[in-house]
Ligand binder design. Structure first.
Ligand code: BG6
Length: 497
């Protein structure tokens, strides 16, 4: 079994929120193996003039918040964590290189290095240049650079950033993160599709009526108003997380489970996707004040660092068409927003109705042209969070006989719960960090993939679309229901259950 090799894990933005909430807990958890822990060292860097001790104290606090006991983490923090100030301008890469080399010598590390850029997107470029200029893009071992999302702001900036990255690093050194790909249930989409012939044979336009992808969050923008108002929901969620989910649902079986075989198939889906028509295929919204769990929540425009007249969208609904033999004509409906009633990440695959309905009250079979004549179609719900699992809706005969003597049908569910079968699912960041340290790029976004997904939304990002207000705690603006009804052949798309 391959193991994590001794390495130095350098975190840019080490004083930030992601480091505390996700990276330190994930690294600590990975290093529970005593042998790994002894030779895997974390060097935090940022502009703040912190000491090693201050970084360790912050890490101890982060781990305490994650439920670890003080005694258990103390040794790891002291032995494995170091900090180097990157200068008040954040550009002292020479000193950083000296510290990296000094630590490696002192701790007997072989020169394997991962550089994790947990930085504001505007400084990804300078950080890449800084590493390259002082020769930190190469070493006696392996060198990998990890870039958080968003990778670029649009197609042009993503291309420019890719060019800049490739001036200093080879593509196989680059790990572009989309944390949705680290979620166990997202990876399970591939296992579910390609490990089970049952559904795969029906996974096409002959049998599927539509696919709905919902990513709903009850939270607002919190303290991230500054970033979010510049970005908006299409850039923050649709271009990356929802599009990744779509590619996994729509891709062809890869030739193997090797990273590039999988990523090739995802890129083919992206290339087959038609740009949505901003006028007819998109509804944007922004949350107004509302009531959630009995509490009044303020409007988006009242969030810190958000202008009072902001027209940034916090909600998006889109219809996409994958123009290929498998999917042509099957709408992929994406719906995502902040301040929606509850947390839900779900893919609903709606199968076509039976070609003829035998269960009419007058006993006469009829072709399902209208709702009266139609048994509810089978639906497969793949829930990615919370309550991870599957749910297959099908029809059974309700016991007894109805007054008119006809056989009555009732919808029932076959369910599988991840939690019941396997217990808690691992954290996405732990999975992704392990893969970076093992050198497995499968769950990371390749350069052409990120560009193709920006290309898909180029027209939408340029369009000047109305942003409809919706009350916090509702499923989005009313305009969505009207549009969803016209988008789908089988009547209005269901609001999430
Ligand atoms: C991030 C977005 O990438 O994903 C956030 O920037 C969003 O705005 C978050 O809240 C959602 O992630 P998850 O894992 O909670 O669904």
């Amino acid at each position: 079994m391959p193991r994590i090799q001794p390495h130095l894990f350098v975190i840019f933005g080490a004083t930030g929120d992601l480091t505390k909430r996700k990276l330190i807990p994930a690294l600590y958890s990975l290093m529970q193996d005593a042998d790994v822990a002894r030779r895997c060292v974390v060097l935090g860097t940022a502009r703040s003039d912190w000491s090693d001790e201050r970084f360790r104290e912050e890490a101890r606090e982060a781990l305490r918040d994650n439920g670890y006991s003080e005694e258990a983490v103390a040794k790891w923090c002291t032995r494995n964590l170091y900090y180097q100030c990157l200068g008040t301008e954040g550009n002292d890469y020479g000193q950083l290189r000296d510290r990296v080399e000094q630590l490696e010598r002192h701790l007997g590390l072989p020169g394997n290095r991962a550089f994790y850029l947990s930085l504001p997107p505007s400084v990804y470029g300078p950080a890449i240049e800084g590493l390259g200029d002082v020769g930190l893009n190469d070493s006696s071992g392996w060198t990998r650079v990890v870039v958080e999302k968003p990778f670029g702001y649009d197609l042009d900036s993503a291309q420019a950033l890719n060019d800049q990255v490739h001036r200093h690093f080879d593509e196989d050194q680059v790990y572009r993160i989309d944390h949705y790909l680290g979620k166990e249930t997202v990876q399970n989409l591939m296992a579910f599709r390609f490990g089970n012939a049952l559904f795969e044979s029906m996974w096409n336009r002959e049998h599927i009526d539509r696919v709905e992808i919902t990513v709903a969050e009850p939270l607002g923008v919190g303290g991230r108003g500054g970033y979010y108002d510049q970005s908006g929901h299409v850039r923050d969620m649709v271009q990356n997380h929802l599009t990744q989910l779509l590619t996994l649902v729509a891709m062809e079986p890869p030739a193997s489970m090797e990273a590039n075989a999988i990523r090739d198939e995802k890129v083919k889906v992206l290339n087959a996707l038609q740009q949505p028509d901003p006028e007819t295929d998109v509804v944007l919204g922004q949350y107004a004040a509302g009531t959630m769990d009995g509490e009044r929540v303020p409007a988006y425009r009242e969030a810190p660092d958000v202008p009072a007249d902001s027209i940034t969208e916090t909600f998006a609904a889109l219809r996409l068409n994958v123009a290929n033999w498998r999917w042509q004509g099957v709408p992929f409906l994406l719906r995502t927003g902040k301040r929606l009633p509850r947390k839900l990440t779900q893919i609903a695959v709606r199968f076509q109705s039976a070609p003829i309905s035998l269960f009419q009250s007058d006993g006469a079979p009829c072709v399902p042209q209208n709702a009266d004549c139609e048994a509810p179609p089978n639906e497969l719900l793949i829930t990615l969070q919370p309550d991870e699992g599957f749910d297959l809706r099908f029809e059974v005969k309700a016991p007894g006989t109805s007054p008119d003597g006809a056989m009555a049908l009732e919808s029932q569910h076959l369910s599988f719960s991840y939690q019941d079968a396997f217990g808690p699912v691992p954290d996405a960041y732990e999975t992704l960090l392990r893969d970076i340290l093992m050198g497995d790029p499968t769950l990371f976004v390749r350069a052409d993939e990120v560009e193709a997904s920006w290309q898909l939304y180029a027209g939408l990002l340029d369009a000047d679309l109305p942003v409809h207000p919706y009350e916090a705690g509702t499923w989005g603006p009313a305009a969505v229901d009207r549009l969803l009804a016209t988008w789908t052949s089988g009547g209005p798309a269901s609001p999430p259950a």
